[in-house]
Write a protein that binds this ligand. Structure first.
Ligand SMILES: Nc1ncnc2c1ncn2[C@@H]1O[C@H](COP(=O)(O)OP(=O)(O)OP(=O)(O)O)[C@@H](O)[C@H]1O
Ligand SMILES: [Mg+2]
Length: 301
């Protein structure tokens, strides 16, 4: 392979200024996104790097709770291939309406404005891109990133106090999402006390530290479980991975949310626990987390 064929060229080098104006298109998309997000006060990304730790459930509950407290809240399901936020906010079957300004978001529990691939795909269908039969993987990341950009930029969010983004698992996908966003006020990293979560989320913390996000909070989920017979609180995991992660990274644990069977029953059915059972221990801890988030984001204003 010669030096010339190995060189990776930038858009500016690739684009023929007289043809499709790729650079111009990308810059126009970028300024549209920046314009759309200009009316949003606080951008919060909920991520992990580990699957199944409760990112979507925590995003849905936080969004509903903050909206219930009277703030204007939007939520984006950044997980294109495993969307769950529309169902958790009770807006799964909302038909999308396109106005002259863009796509109108669905409205879920407590009035949260919402956009998710769930609303675009027909019932239960997986997301499949139209792409060449061979080497479709070459296009995959570009198509996914373009779709997330559209969820951000083509939706009529209007003025919001908070926009929460539920990031998909995987540090590669989080990196693409962070690249798209002009500014992030807070990154919440959800973990569990397990060793596997400590290792995976530890990688995400190192990745996040390299991006210059100033406010990062750790949320330990599924920490303890209350025995239904004797009422005693038992740890869910023998490991103390979440506490160790906090010590190792110097990040603060913003919340320790217990495991509660009705958390999943209510949230998965579109009735976030914070609305369904606000006095439950998990809902109260989420309440403290919402307060912490509001205070942290206003500190950095
Ligand atoms: N504290 C909790 N107590 C009981 N159930 C919980 C708790 N937190 C989350 N769950 C439930 O655990 C399941 C997995 O949570 P969720 O889908 O939010 O995880 P996730 O991190 O978004 O997963 P993925 O990586 O696939 O996107 C859901 O059914 C959710 O309602
Ligand atoms: Mg999820």
């Amino acid at each position: 392979m010669t030096e010339r064929t190995r060189k990776v060229r930038t858009y500016h080098e690739v684009a023929d200024p007289d043809s499709e104006d790729i650079v111009g298109q990308i810059e126009a998309q970028r300024s549209k996104l920046v314009g759309r997000l200009a009316d949003i006060d606080r951008l919060v990304v909920v991520a992990s790097g580990k699957g199944g730790v409760g990112k979507s459930a925590i995003t849905a509950n936080l969004a509903a709770l903050i909206a219930e407290r009277g703030r204007r809240v939007g939520a984006i399901d950044g997980d294109l291939h495993g969307p769950s936020l529309a169902a958790m906010l009770g807006a799964e079957r909302t038909p999308l309406v396109v106005s002259e300004h863009g796509v109108e978001p669905a409205v879920g529990a407590a009035g949260v404005k919402l956009m998710s691939m769930d609303l675009v795909l027909s019932d239960g269908a997986p997301l499949e891109w139209r792409q060449p039969e061979v080497a479709g993987f070459v296009y995959q990341s570009t198509l996914d990133t373009g779709a997330v950009r559209e969820l951000l930029a083509d939706v009529v969010w209007g003025e919001l106090d908070f926009l929460l983004i539920d990031a998909p698992p995987g540090t590669d996908k989080l990196a693409r999402l962070l690249e798209l966003l002009p500014v992030i006020d807070t990154l919440l990293l959800v973990t569990t006390p397990s060793e596997a979560a400590r290792r995976a989320v530890g990688r995400t913390v190192r990745q996040a530290h390299g991006t210059g996000i100033s406010t990062i909070g750790l949320v330990a989920n599924m920490t303890a479980h209350e025995c239904p017979d004797c009422g005693r609180s038992e740890p869910m995991f023998e490991a103390d991975g979440a506490a160790r992660l906090a010590t190792e990274t110097g990040l603060e644990l913003w919340a320790e949310v217990p495991f509660e069977p009705r958390f999943a029953v209510a949230t998965d059915a579109g009735r976030p626990l914070v609305l369904e059972a606000p006095e439950s221990p998990a809902a109260r801890e989420l309440g403290r987390l919402a307060t912490k988030l509001a205070n942290a984001t206003s500190d950095t204003a």
